[in-house]
Design a protein around this ligand. Sequence first.
Ligand code: ATP
Ligand code: MG
Length: 334
Amino acid sequence: MIATKVIAFANQKGGVGKTTTAVNLAACLAESGQRLLLVDLDPQANATSALGVEKQPGRSAYAALLEEGQLADQIVPTPVERLDLIPSELDLAGAEVEIARAEQYLHCFQKALAPIRAAARYDYIFIDCPPALGILTCNALTAAQALIIPVQCEYLALEGLSMITGMIAQLSAGGANRELKLDGIIMTMFDVRTRLAQQVVEEVRKHFGTSVYETLIPRTVRLSEAPSFGQPIILYDPRGTGAEAFRALAEEFFRRQAPPAEEMQNAELRMQKEDNGKQASEGRANRPDKPAAPVEQPQANNGPVPVEVVEKAAAEPSASGPVPAPPTGGQAGS
Ligand code: ATP
Ligand code: MG
């Protein structure tokens, strides 16, 4: 069974294209057959209106964040097939204050989301964050496995980026989320006519290398109009440059998620071993080629070391090959 991947769209800067990117990338992925849930975790509720869903008191993640209801009960369909939404509304702003009183205040959203993740109903869960590194954004980053940072192609684009990328290290160091990786940076509102936009992209690439998506999202009037019609760009202007760019972005996103062939093989091997292990669990202890006790990880790593690497290291202590990195979604420099 494919596990659900949770991805937060965050940048503490306002108006950089977080919502536009989350909504339209989600719509394009759904169009290509993926099952998605978009969680609007911003009290401004822009993702909710951009998908034509009415804002209603009590219809948000609020109650579930405070363990007063099931998050799954808030799921609504959208005009895009295979794309569901957990809407937002202004009251969600109050959740910041109340969550702050909770004992494990960073984990409220992670706990609320756990049953939906476990049900594996979705391939991806996207979280649209508010423009601040407040409690809601920190909760999203604690629940997520990956972070996408939309960055507007404008002067001083890099300013403050270290704050949001630094959150990954902070959450890991504090033990709140050791899984979180930078999936990538998406450059938005690229204006082909200006030299500045090109310079900004070059500057961001200099710092973040291949973490920056190749696909650039152009500034188009259609993309700015679509939310007021409650439609993602693939419905509002399916043949325009905006829709084209987001379809290209979806393809690139998907390519970056695909695990390398070696990891696929490893995963298959792991499944085979689990099956064999079930059948032969009694006989296993007598086999001379298997360690009887759990083996220590061969080296410090940022994430879980695949089982077969641990076993291989135990069987061949002098093996000098590199330890495969844990799945990272293809980013570099994180
Ligand atoms: P906030 O921080 O307030 O949540 P945001 O980072 O989510 O904002 P958006 O709401 O996606 O940013 O975009 C800000 C504004 O810019 C919106 O009016 C949106 O329609 C417009 N916009 C976003 N991307 C584009 C684009 N590629 N071309 C034209 N307009 C765009
Ligand atoms: Mg937004």
